[in-house]
Ligand binder design. Structure first.
Ligand code: ADP
Length: 444
């Protein structure tokens, strides 16, 4: 049987409620039955004893004028020692029973049973006078029949009320789950990632689940958007050099004597494509988690000086000087090639976006368990509106300058590599004044 949670809950507590009501009823009936039975027995004994006190005069004479022979449901009668009734009354459906001093007997009648209690007093002549009290035994079925309407009407009504009320409450509390299911199915069927459950603020688990679901959808939508953007940017970036190459190749074919310039363009565009493709591959491997990081002890200062050296010619073309202020023996466990890639990227950017005849300062420091590398230039800087986005793939704040040299992938690769090393990257920049890129790598 495959019941919904809603039905299972209602079924579960309905069954338990019925069981509980039954238990409560049984307890009430048996408890009150016990008490009533004791009271009935006590009342016949008490009545007989009171009658004995009343009829016994001081002089031994028996005087039964003051006796109420039918009080509180008890029949009283006086018998002589032969068993003949002297006074009082007995119920019709009770047959003669031998007398028994001081003991309570239960005697069956035609319709119901009776309790009989006898007590004996001597009269003035020394004969035994029997006082007999009789009362209806306590009858549970009579009580049950008197409240049968309560059992037949009220209890089912109570159960029905509780079940329908409970069902409504459960249904209401599960409504957000319906919304969650609808939203999830809507997303699955219609491919609309914008759908949200939108339950708003609330403390319950369902509210928390819904808000977690919405947050998850925000992330998924964002990463889908980025993925789409990435694919479209990648194809755009690849299409441009391909078009240029095709156009130049066509021109070179038409004008073989004048092909030198076209071939230069083709070579530069092919180089651009090659570096773009290798960066794309690098990113794809990083995304797949297959980028192998092989850590060794790397002397950061040494690496900085070496990388700066390789960039110095390019910097010199624009009159930019590169200065290194490095800390000796600053060793971190890192993947050497990856750190070189980071340094090349940051220094190359500092040169590209640096000011003609400007200055680049590369510093290494130690700070709170981290090796800190900072690359400072006095170039064009980055506008505040671009600062948060320069780490995105293909994002270029100043496309006029960057498209000649870069692809817009460099900083996203830097960020990925530093993340793989459990480090941090940051940038501080002011438009027109320059930028400082800082990389922090853990020392151990
Ligand atoms: P690119 O290949 O275009 O340099 P990056 O990912 O390395 O791509 O950088 C992204 C963008 O960040 C660049 O296009 C540029 O606009 C900006 N940028 C990076 N470094 C600097 C810098 N030192 N000074 C100014 N702008 C920078």
């Amino acid at each position: 049987m495959n019941l919904s949670v809603r039905r299972s809950i209602v079924l579960w507590y309905t069954v338990w409620m019925i069981v509980l009501i039954a238990i409560v009823f049984i307890l009430i009936f048996s408890g009150s039955g016990y008490v009533m039975e004791r009271r009935t027995k006590a009342s016949v004994i008490e009545t007989v004893n009171e009658a004995v006190d009343t009829i016994t005069g001081d002089d031994g004479h028996i005087d039964y004028d003051d006796i109420d022979f039918r009080s509180g449901g008890v029949y009283l009668a006086l018998f002589d020692s032969e068993g003949f009734r002297i006074a009082g009354m007995m119920p019709d459906d009770i047959s003669y029973r031998p007398f028994s001093e001081g003991s309570l007997q239960t005697v069956p009648g035609r319709n119901k049973s009776w309790y009989i209690y006898d007590s004996c007093v001597p009269d003035a002549a020394g004969n035994r006078i029997w006082v007999r009290g009789v009362i209806n035994s306590y009858d549970m079925s009579a009580m049950l029949s008197s409240i049968q309407w309560v059992i037949i009407l009220v209890i089912p009504l109570l159960v029905a009320l509780a079940v329908s009320g409970g069902y409504l409450i459960v249904r209401r509390s599960f409504r957000p789950i319906d919304r969650l299911i609808d939203t999830a199915s809507g997303i699955a069927a219609g491919d609309d990632l914008k759908k949200r459950i939108g339950l708003g603020e609330g403390n319950g688990e369902i509210y928390r689940a819904a808000s977690a679901f919405d947050m998850m959808m925000d992330r998924i939508e964002e990463s889908f958007r980025k993925e789409k953007q990435f694919t479209s940017d990648a194809s755009h970036e690849l299409r441009t050099p391909i078009s240029v190459i095709m156009a130049e190749a066509g021109y070179a074919k038409e004008h073989p004597d004048n092909a030198g310039k076209s071939l230069d363009v083709i070579i530069s565009q092919a180089g651009r494509m090659s570096s773009l493709v290798s960066e794309l591959l690098y990113i794809a491997r990083a995304d797949k988690g297959t980028l192998k990081i092989e850590k060794e002890d790397v002397d950061i200062g040494e690496l900085v000086v070496m990388t700066a050296e390789t960039m110095s010619d390019r910097a010199a073309e624009r009159g930019i000087s590169i200065e290194c202020e490095t800390l000796p023996d600053l060793v971190v466990p890192a993947d050497r090639d990856m750190i070189i890639r980071v340094l090349i990227n940051l220094i190359s950017n500092a040169v590209t976006y640096g000011r003609d005849d400007g200055h680049i300062l590369i510093k290494t420091e130690k700070e709170g368990g981290y090796a800190v590398i900072s690359v400072k230039d006095d170039g064009i800087g980055i506008g505040e509106e671009h600062l948060g986005r320069i780490w995105d793939r293909f994002y270029q704040a100043d496309s006029s300058r960057s498209s000649e040299h870069g692809t817009g992938l460099g900083l996203s690769i830097v960020k990925e590599i530093v993340r793989l090393h459990d480090g941090f990257v940051a940038v501080e920049s002011r438009e027109g004044e320059g930028s400082v890129f800082t990389v922090r790598l853990p020392l151990s």
